[in-house]
Design a protein around this ligand. Structure first.
Ligand code: ARG
Length: 656
């Protein structure tokens, strides 16, 4: 049951009788919300004020008119109009009791599947395989997996696709590294580790060469801005107020630009110095002065079908994929498809050809470009040297997905730093022919360390994802042991629970943040027993379960009992209202693809349950009927938590 949707559907005809524009009707209906304060009821409708203004009537009269036209009496108690025209809605207790009774008997805890299921492709995780996965990849994987699970549960046809970066310059780097710097014994012993080392080595040297080339221009820009600043400072002294005001605005803008530009110059200088201070690297550079060009050439050869490079790529790829697979296994994440970039290679020439034939792509300075309205720079689909780009592959990917899966929506769960790429990609795709499909960049912020900078380990390299999982699990093991001083759990059980708790904590910490903001990574916070954490939710779930064990009641039997639910205690009623909001929370996740609405809800549910548990004895209830009714509320709470966690890819152990 989705209570908000039900209430909106009940108000809809009454609003439609007053306002004919469907968009405006929807806007007004959006003003029906969960009440901020239970004093004002369970739900609140705030549309009477704007509606009154629009109709030139008193909001209180409009509220009364809408209320008399809307059929609500089977769901709500007689509504109250408060203040300037707020409509306070209280659900009827008998209606609530019936709904809770139905949810208790229902395997889906009362959530109906979508009336109009959509086909949704979710592109997520998508790491570049030759590099070790890092903390940033957790966000895409965890958010993407949560969206897949939630949308699927809501009845949509979800196709998950891991768009692996298995064809880019990083392969040119490891091929070059393998040819020139490999340690045969190390490669034999652990190919992925050796490839990782080669990748790091070569990418550092390429980065050095690129920084060296970029530095003069960066310095020139910096001094230009500094000169502009000096000029504006003079202008600011002008007696002409307007001139002075303009100058002080410019000074403010320039100052921030200069700060940014000096950071950029500093970072280039640091990268250069770090390499130049390392004699081994200096020596390698002397022998490989054009390493950046050579790496590009290796990538180009691979793409052109060079036999040796292709053979190496086929040799490296399975190793890289196995490594990633292990991490997915640990995180319990599966994909329907893993069409990496290489999968689309043979389609790229035809994509560019088609765009040219339709007059959408044109040559500019040797490159083939798609010019898009509203963008300064065009989208390049083929470089001067014939190479295709990330964008070309993404266009081919859209074409493939549309031809094969005919989705209603394609969601890309990718770092916010790629916003510009996706804005252009979507504009180009629409221009090309894909107008009906919803294309969404489900973007997320950066994972930050406690120091306020992007999360890094001590060595300054983003930590391998696996060591991150290990650390979370080992910390969870301490907590599990501490919580079981009498040793009720065997060592094996403790270890199993620690894995569920540790990985759950990591996932929950990530999805419980509004995904668009940066989030601060902290093991201590994510494993808190008391707070908006997976650990707290898992613990609450286990505690509810323990009531059944303690009283030797079987949840299955309780579910089959058909005596009515009793909500006469305010804490019982509050819990019932909260349980009914599960559907609202899932609808919110669906509306803006933000899983944190679900964690916020689960946390509220756990708190409401806690109050109920404090105030309403369950096993010691004064009558059998009351005990059964309360056990049903307990059972539905535990199942709702378990279902909610499951939609986030988090398991809930029976004992903790
Ligand atoms: N491999 C890319 C990266 O790690 C992300 C790919 C996202 N998906 C896409 N279709 N572009 O930055």
């Amino acid at each position: 049951m989705n209570v908000l949707a039900l209430l909106k559907s009940r108000f809809q005809p009454a609003i439609a009788a007053l306002i004919s524009d469907p968009a405006r009707q929807r806007e007004l209906l959006e003003m029906i919300r969960v009440a901020q304060d239970p004093k004002f009821g369970d739900y609140q409708a705030n549309f009477a004020m704007p509606l009154g203004k629009q109709l030139g009537k008193s909001p209180r009269d409009v509220a009364a008119q809408v209320l008399s036209a809307a059929k609500l009496d089977d769901v709500c108690q007689p509504a109250e109009i408060a203040g300037p025209g707020f409509i306070n809605l209280r659900l009827r207790d008998d209606w609530l009791a019936d709904q809770i009774g139905a949810a208790v008997r229902d395997e889906r805890v009362g959530i109906e599947p979508a009336a109009r299921p959509r086909t949704i492709v979710i592109d997520y995780s998508s790491p570049n395989v030759a590099k070790p996965m890092h903390v940033g990849h957790i966000r895409s994987t965890v958010i993407g997996d949560a969206l897949c699970r939630t949308l699927r549960f809501l009845g949509h046809k979800v196709i998950s696709d891991n768009h692996l970066g298995d064809w880019g310059t990083q392969f040119g780097m490891i091929i070059y590294g393998y040819k020139h710097f490999r340690d045969d014994d190390a490669y034999k012993a652990n190919p992925v580790q050796e490839l990782g080392r080669l990748y790091k080595l070569v990418s550092r040297l390429v980065d050095y060469r690129e920084s060296q080339q970029a530095l003069p221009e960066a310095e020139r820009k910096l001094s230009q801005r500094q000169a502009e600043l000096a000029a504006q400072k003079d202008a600011a002294k002008s007696p002409d107020k307007q001139v002075a005001k303009k100058a002080s605005d410019a000074i403010r803008k320039l100052t921030s630009q200069i700060a940014e530009q000096s950071d950029a110059v500093e970072s280039l200088r640091r990268k250069i110095a770090a390499v130049e201070n390392d004699p081994t690297l200096v020596k390698i550079l002397a022998d490989h002065p054009d390493i950046d060009q050579a790496v590009l050439a290796e990538t180009a050869k691979l793409h052109a079908g060079d036999e040796e490079n292709l053979r190496l790529w086929h040799e490296f790829l399975p190793n890289c994929r196995d490594e990633i697979k292990r991490v997915y296994g640990r995180m319990n994440v599966q994909f329907d498809y893993e069409h990496g970039e290489s999968f689309y290679h043979d389609r790229l020439a035809a994509v560019v050809e088609d765009l040219r034939r339709k007059g959408l792509a044109t040559e500019s300075q040797g490159a083939i470009c798609v010019f898009l309205d509203g963008f300064e720079a065009p989208m390049i689909v083929q470089k001067k040297d014939g190479a295709f780009l990330y964008s070309t592959t993404d266009l081919a990917t859209i074409q493939y997905r549309m031809e094969n899966w005919k989705p209603d929506a394609i969601l890309y769960v990718v770092d916010h730093r790629q916003s510009d790429h996706f804005d252009k990609l979507f504009a180009a795709a629409r221009l090309w022919s894909y107008k009906g499909v919803e294309l969404q960049h489900v973007k997320f912020g950066t994972v930050m360390g406690q120091d306020g900078k992007p999360y890094k380990t001590r060595e300054g390299v983003a930590e391998g994802l696996e060591s991150l999982l290990n650390e979370a699990v080992s910390r969870a093991a301490h907590i599990v042991a501490e919580n079981d001083p009498e040793g009720h759990l065997s060592d094996a059980e403790q270890q199993q629970i620690a894995e569920i708790v540790g990985i759950g904590a990591l996932k929950y910490a990530d999805v419980s943040q509004n995904r668009t903001s940066d989030y601060t990574f902290s093991y201590d916070k994510m494993l808190l027993m008391n707070g908006n954490t997976a650990t707290y939710m898992q613990y609450s779930h286990a505690r509810v379960q323990s009531i059944f064990a303690k009283g030797s009641f079987s949840p299955e039997e309780i579910r089959r009992d058909d005596s009515p639910i009793d909500l006469s205690h305010p804490a019982e009623r509050a819990l019932a209202v909260m349980l009914m909001r599960f559907g609202d929370a899932l609808a919110e996740v669906e509306a803006d693809y933000m899983p944190h609405h679900l964690t916020t809800y689960l946390f509220d549910l756990a708190k409401t349950y806690f109050t109920f548990y404090e105030e309403c004895p369950v096993l010691k209830a004064d009558t059998d009927a009351r005990r059964t009714s309360r056990l049903k509320l307990c059972d539905l709470t535990a199942r709702t938590i378990r279902q909610g966690l499951d939609l986030l890819g988090i398991r809930a152990p029976e004992k903790m």
